[in-house]
Design a protein around this ligand. Structure first.
Ligand code: C6P
Length: 418
């Protein structure tokens, strides 16, 4: 990935990975009698003790509903919840805490924008532009919207390395384009998209941009103001936080103009049977009792990841990617799928004559956890003419030895099928 740490003058201090691994209880366990080698962090990251403790502490010591009670526990829970919102704001360098909306995850964030922003702005004959490397979460909501409104979904192509064809993308941003929705980092290929250029090209034509940051936030510094994007979505569980909690960042001006998505408690200012007025941002988009413990856990995850340092994480993951790529390229019969020049630490591959599921099942016998299948990105598989890949996806807690264990495991798989 290109980032501040790439500047050779700024030496990123290396991570003490062995020590950091001790922060993750699950990494201490064995699987099928072997030490766990967890290479499935794109599906979900493991949780440090700090996150597990923050969630447990909330339930043990201050569990109450928020924004409603006059009693002490409610005050404590509300303060913890709102201070986590500030942590998210700082993580993304958003201009204003009102721009941070808590949702269930990336999927819900994108659905919120498709429903609220999309229904108001996308009409018959209009277009929504995505890319050929999107996760289903950044395809299906737009497809549903286009179907409902009589609009058209346009898809910018990718090349054989899995890199976006930026010229083709630019040509597709036209007078009918009402929204561009692009992944920051591809979960199936590891491609890091040139999101600044994408935003600049789109804005030059007055088109707002949503970035799917599900695979980016845990691996690099994200600055929504520097990127200039209009919406940014991510999931807490891919950032070492709990499942069931995520974030939609939206520029205040756009969120202000959008109608609420779901109706219910907390999103209102006043209700009568004749008329309801809505709460201010961000509460307008947070109907009902939210995932309070999840938000608090996410806050703890952000504290944790920042204490490790995102630039140091990015630099270490670059080393892991380089080592893993070299190991896999040296294995006969292995072909990497996704070789874009700017890549995150995702190793998607096929092994000659062996179905990806068999690869995964045999590796599991040795305690090595990878994901196999289409990775909720079926159009990516179609683009490469394959049904599935095996995917090792890394986080900063992975080691070079674990990659060597993967390579040894793959040699065994090849022998079984020889
Ligand atoms: N990708 C993977 O194994 P949710 O499920 O809402 O937390 O995230 C959806 C999502 C959206 N965009 C991208 C780029 C993603 O990678 C994901 C989740 C996981 O690759 C589970 S399918």
């Amino acid at each position: 990935m290109k980032r501040a740490a790439d500047d050779p003058n700024v030496a990123a201090p290396s991570l003490d990975v062995k020590r950091l691994r001790e922060d993750f209880p699950v990494l201490q366990r064995s699987v099928r009698g072997r030490p766990l080698v967890y290479l499935d962090s794109a599906a979900t990251t493991q949780k440090p003790r700090a996150v597990i403790d923050a969630v447990a502490r909330h339930y043990a010591e201050e569990n109450a509903n928020i924004h409603r009670g006059v009693h002490l526990l409610s005050e404590l829970a509300t303060t913890a919840y709102e201070s986590a919102r500030e942590k998210v704001r700082a993580l993304l360098n958003a201009a204003d805490v009102r721009e941070i909306v808590f949702v269930r995850g990336t999927t819900e964030a994108i659905n919120l924008v498709a429903s609220s922003y999309g229904r108001g702005r996308v009409g018959s004959g209009d277009e929504v532009l995505i890319t050929a490397m999107e996760h289903h979460s950044n395809i299906v909501p737009w497809q549903m919207l286009c179907e409902e409104m009589g609009a058209r979904l346009r898809v910018a192509p990718i090349d054989d390395r899995g890199a976006l064809d930026l010229e083709a993308f630019e040509r597709l941003v036209g007078p009918r384009t009402k929204l561009v929705a692009v992944t920051h980092v591809s979960n199936a290929l590891g491609t890091v998209n040139p999101v600044r250029e994408i935003v600049a090209m789109s804005h030059a034509r007055g088109v707002p941009v949503l970035l799917d940051g599900a695979q980016a936030v845990a691996h690099q510094t994200v600055d929504v103001q520097a990127l200039g994007c209009d919406f940014y979505a991510f999931s807490g569980h891919k950032l070492f936080g709990p499942t069931g909690i995520g974030v939609l960042y939206g520029r205040a001006e756009l969120l202000e103009a959008m109608p609420p998505w779901q109706g219910g408690g907390d999103m209102i200012a006043s209700v009568t049977f004749e008329k309801t007025t809505y709460n201010v941002l961000p509460y307008k988009f947070e109907a009902g009792t939210p995932h309070i413990a999840g938000v608090i856990g996410l806050g703890a995850a952000i504290d944790y990841v920042q204490s490790v340092g995102l630039d140091r994480i990015a630099a270490w993951e670059d080393s892991l990617l380089a080592h893993g790529t070299a190991l896999l390229e040296a294995l006969p019969g292995v072909r990497l799928v996704g070789t874009a020049p700017d890549k995150a630490a995702v190793l998607s591959f096929v092994l000659d004559g062996v179905h990806a599921h068999d690869v995964g099942t045999i590796l599991d016998q040795d305690g090595i956890a990878i994901r196999t299948g289409h990775h909720c990105a079926q159009p990516v598989m179609d683009r490469f003419g394959i049904p599935a890949t095996a995917r090792a996806s890394l986080a900063f807690y992975n080691t070079l030895e674990e990659l060597e264990a993967l390579a040894a495991g793959l040699r065994k798989v090849a022998e079984v099928f020889a």
